[in-house]
Design a protein around this ligand. Sequence first.
Ligand code: 3H9
Length: 709
Amino acid sequence: MSAFTTELHGQVAVVTFDLPGEPVNKLTAAVKVEFEALLIRLRDDADTRAVVLVSGKPNTFIAGADIEEFTALTTQAEAERLSFEGQEMVSRVETLPKPVVAAIHGACLGGGLELALACHYRIATDHPKTQLGLPEVQLGLLPGAGGCQRLPRLVGLRAALDMILTGKSERAAKALRLGLVDEVVPRSILLRTAIAAAERLMRNGLPRRPPGGGLPALFLDRTPAGRQLVYRRAKAQVLARTGGHYPAPLAALETVRVGLEHGITAGLAEEHHAFGQLAVGDVSRKLVQVFFATTALKKDDGIEAGSASPRQIRRLAVVGAGFMGAGIAGTAVGNVEVDTRLKDADLARVGKGLGAATAILTNRLERRRITRPEYERLGALLSGSDAYAGFGRADLVIEAVFEELALKRKVLAEVEAATRPGTIYASNTSTIPIHQIAAEAQRPEQVLGMHFFSPVEKMPLLEVIPTSATAPEAIVTAVRFGRRMGKTVIVVGDRPGFWVNRILSPYLNEAGLMVTEGVPIELIDRTMTAWGFPVGPIALLDEVGLDVAHKAAETMHAAYGDRMKTGNALDRMLAAGRLGRKNGRGFYRYRDRHKAGPDNAVYGLLGARQVEDANPDAIERRLVHAMLNEAVAACAESVVRSARDGDIGAIYGIGFPAFRGGPLRVIDDLGASRVASALHELEDQYGERFRPAPALAEMARQGGRYYAT
Ligand code: 3H9
């Protein structure tokens, strides 16, 4: 079946791209062949004087090259050829002797945007689903179909680098401001406007565009010295952001540079060469696996497919208006547009919570993500109370009160009394097992956990935790609701700490122990950020709050015994009134809530003397292996349903370096026996907490792996 259909409107051929049997349009090898043949026909057809390219899919223009084809690439030469052929196809659009107009509605990404860039005119709809971007670096690649060449020429060097090096996409309004599209229209008139534009170009010739980038571009984009400055700054920013672990943005920067300094032919050659190298590299392989795992999770409801249907959530209630509760309320209102009631014990707290929830919307308004009328409309969905007024109408209640079992049980009982029998109750606990919270519940089948991460509006993960009594309908409802909040959702087992905090606990404990041994705080953090974590473990403790971390550590110790025993670092820090960033005193010093260097007074407080010759390799080995070992133990207890869920949970929940693919991929890459023998050595040196989990020893014996490939 054909991917393209053509219909003549006067002398304008409207080409509709609708890849049969696929949810999105993508540029597969077969599509490229068909499209090139179509271009020749259009060129030779005397009745056609202009072309409009439009998509037949509901929410995608073109999602880019077919990422699945990348997984079949085995050699650099093959990958180079794929990019070269993409460049050729796109060039044929640009050099078609008839104007081509791209009529863009929905995602216009990667190769899709590169194709649109080669068209002679671009019109986009003002719909939020319309996003234009070059996300290739997020897959460890660079735009390989001419995007590194055409984008800077169209929008200016700085704006192009901002898009290419981060992979972020832009909505239509911003795209118009950048000069990336020529017009923005409502969806209802997209086709009509595109045909009119094609007729105009047919009559008047191609538009002349001023070079992009505005006034500052006069120096920065259009003089060699200015551009050198931009390249240098961009490189420094990339290195600061990626720690040098991701080769793609640097290769993209070099490709853009070659293209602008030595001409488009040299640029295209550099582009397909670099694409070839990156596509068969380990980082890209890992990031592509992460992409497919994330996509698969979008369809996984955590229950046997079809065994229950999600309930509609028209009203949400959140108990606890602290930082987490307010974050949940603000994100739910902003993303799901659901009527939300925030409750706390007194009106002062409720007011503060409503303020914090509204700040999430204000931030979106300021960043022009929403309009003023949308802001007003969303704000009106938020309300607050110091009683359970209105809970009788809630479909879902999320509890986000202090992490204390007795309090959580009390709130559950109060909510059950104030709600209808069908209301789902979710606890946002970070460590306490849900079955303990639900032990006295009247309707245990409606109770589960929804563990959000802080700050809620930014962190991409949600753990949904059913108990053995939770009804499948409640599970699928919570999963779907979390997804509508914009989260990647994993359904995890009801064990203390669930998945993310379970594997984080021994890692943080070990870091705390190191400080009591006198290992420099900054060295510990620097070692782990160099390994690829976004923040080091000690800085993370300060961020989380030492009181919160201490509470969680106690729960974990009680549940798992000495393996999770904490040193006395947190006790002593708390006794000295140090709560971390929130009160400006933690392992680090803070000035105006900004980190201002490690606090050397901490060593005295912990009775430690700073070690002069601490070895980063040893630090890394201890910390990484503590986490890997716990990941194996938790997997063996079926805390996660698959290695995929475990790795995605670690990447999105704690920022485990994505280029390593997740802790379970790391174990596969190193080999279970190597991990086990490193743990044996650590056990000899530091004690039983490093004893390899029985499941790891078993894997080591059998040569077991988590993934087949
Ligand atoms: C590129 O273009 C390189 C060029 O520079 C070089 C050329 C030479 N390929 O996410 P969804 C599948 S690199 C293959 O659930 P949504 C997806 O796996 C590419 N498959 O929908 C899923 O499959 P299934 C740069 C793709 O509405 C189904 O479509 N482009 C691709 O939530 C539905 O996806 C990107 O990185 C693809 N390109 O979101 C964009 N795209 O149903 C990647 C989607 O079998 N894609 N699929 O599980 C996205 O960001 C989102 O999918 C999109 C839709 C926003 C488009």
